[in-house]
Design a protein around this ligand. Structure first.
Ligand SMILES: Cc1ncc(COP(=O)(O)O)c(C=O)c1O
Length: 418
């Protein structure tokens, strides 16, 4: 495997994407006799050898339960598990290790906050503010909570480019607002939201902010202290880590004030039939045997990203995004949905005379993997008056020549369906 220093060429020619690609064994796959062009990274990213090896090392060398044994393997596993917590804290610049809670992913992070903070702090007549570009996992948990409590979900609108209308967002914040739950980057549009300003506006009204960082963490530098958000959550599998693991970060005073999410082993301090007291943070929110291999794999993924340098990744992806956008815009019949000034990683598009599902099927025959459908963002589809889009989404290993392949594939779609 190459080192991070070798991958970034200080001579000025930039990022050596071919060396990065060599870290991802799956990228050598052929699909229907063609080289794989993997452009479904917003759904899940591929995994580098560093992650695959870390998981294998755990199962081959240190497999044991954590926090429970005095024996060698348990201590080794616990050490690696807790080291990953430290890596995660550093990755998002979290000030305290005990504020990093391992969850299954972004979905569970949001549900945890809805079921604990939400259920204990939100009541009849209160309001929760979201935006019109949220993923279903940042809509439905709040709808369920609102139904249960008699609270109201408010939605800040977006413009035709897919950008948040900040003034409208500000107007919707008021004394009844008990939480703003907002995305950092839209999975369907690629829009990067003006998060810092949104948080300032919410805090000016005393409203805490939860950030869905699922699509931000792979592409942008995230600093929870600079943002001053109250909760930040992301999924490991979108940032080159394993599925089934993610992080919820929250400010200590909020996490302390929240009741437990799930109950069982590890989250207790003492149990009698009369009374149970809870463990300290973060263990209060980590009931049961965790996904130890997943946590270790996530730690390896975050280290891998740090080794490449998130700013280098962002610069490379921005170049491929701009190049790909220009290529697609030059094709008659293609309309890009999501044209925000500030975008990361996503080109969502529709074509005259071609259903997105058919676009995806024809591109698959060319070895090109894209996503088609509503991308778990049906309200975004409604906003743009389309049932679905075709979505190419980028990662660090994608190249300009893959954008050329995508454009050629789309020309083929036009030949077949046009
Ligand atoms: C913006 C956004 N939020 C939340 C999620 C849910 O993530 P997960 O399925 O990993 O929990 C996704 C997944 O696509 C997403 O793109």
């Amino acid at each position: 495997m190459t080192t991070a220093a070798q991958r970034f060429n200080p001579a000025g020619s930039g990022f050596d994407v071919e060396r990065v690609r060599a870290d991802f064994p799956i990228l050598a796959t052929e699909v229907h006799g063609k080289p794989l062009v993997y452009l479904d990274n917003a759904a899940t990213s591929q995994k580098p050898l560093a992650v695959i090896d870390a998981i294998m090392r755990y199962y081959q060398g240190t497999n044991a339960n954590v926090h429970r044994g005095v024996h060698y393997l348990s201590e080794a596993a616990t050490e690696d598990y807790e080291a990953a917590r430290q890596t995660a804290a550093q990755f998002i610049h979290g000030p305290h290790l005990h504020e990093i809670i391992f969850v299954r992913g972004t979905t569970e992070g949001i549900n945890l906050v809805a079921q604990t903070f939400g259920r204990s702090q939100i009541g009849a007549g209160d309001e929760i503010l979201i935006t019109a570009m949220e993923h279903h996992s940042n809509i439905v948990p709040w709808q369920i909570l609102c139904d249960e409590k008699g609270a109201k979900l408010r939605v800040a609108p977006i413009n035709d480019n897919g950008e948040l209308l900040l003034d409208e967002f500000a107007k919707l914040l008021g004394p009844k607002t008990k939480l703003a739950a907002v995305t950092h980057v839209s999975n369907a549009l690629g829009t990067i939201t003006p998060l810092k300003r949104m948080i300032e506006l919410a805090h000016a009204q005393g409203v805490p902010v939860l950030v869905d960082g699922a699509q931000a963490v792979p592409h942008l530098k995230v600093d929870v202290q600079a943002l001053d958000c109250d909760f930040y959550t992301f999924s490991g599998h979108k940032v080159y880590g394993p599925t089934g693991i993610g992080v919820l970060w929250g400010k200590t005073e909020l996490l302390e004030s929240m009741p437990p999410y799930q109950a069982g082993g590890d989250m207790i301090r003492s149990v009698t039939f009369d009374k149970t007291t809870y463990n300290k943070l973060p263990y209060k929110f980590e009931a049961g045997t965790p996904d130890i291999a997943g946590v270790i794999g996530l730690g390896a993924a975050l280290k891998y990203v740090t080794g490449l340098g998130i700013d280098n990744i962002a610069a490379h992806e921005h170049d491929v995004l701009e190049y790909g956008t220009k290529k697609l815009l030059a094709i008659p019949d293609v309309r890009i949905i999501g044209t925000a000034e500030d975008k990361a990683g996503v080109i969502s598009f529709v074509m005259e005379n071609a259903h997105p599902h058919d676009i995806g099927t024809i591109l698959d025959q060319e070895g090109i993997a894209i996503r088609t459908g509503h991308h778990c963002s049906q309200p975004v589809m409604d906003r743009f008056g389309v049932p679905a889009t075709a979505r190419a989404s980028l990662a660090v290993y994608n190249t300009r020549s893959e954008m050329d392949a995508l454009a050629r594939g789309i020309e083929k779609v036009r030949e077949i369906l046009g």
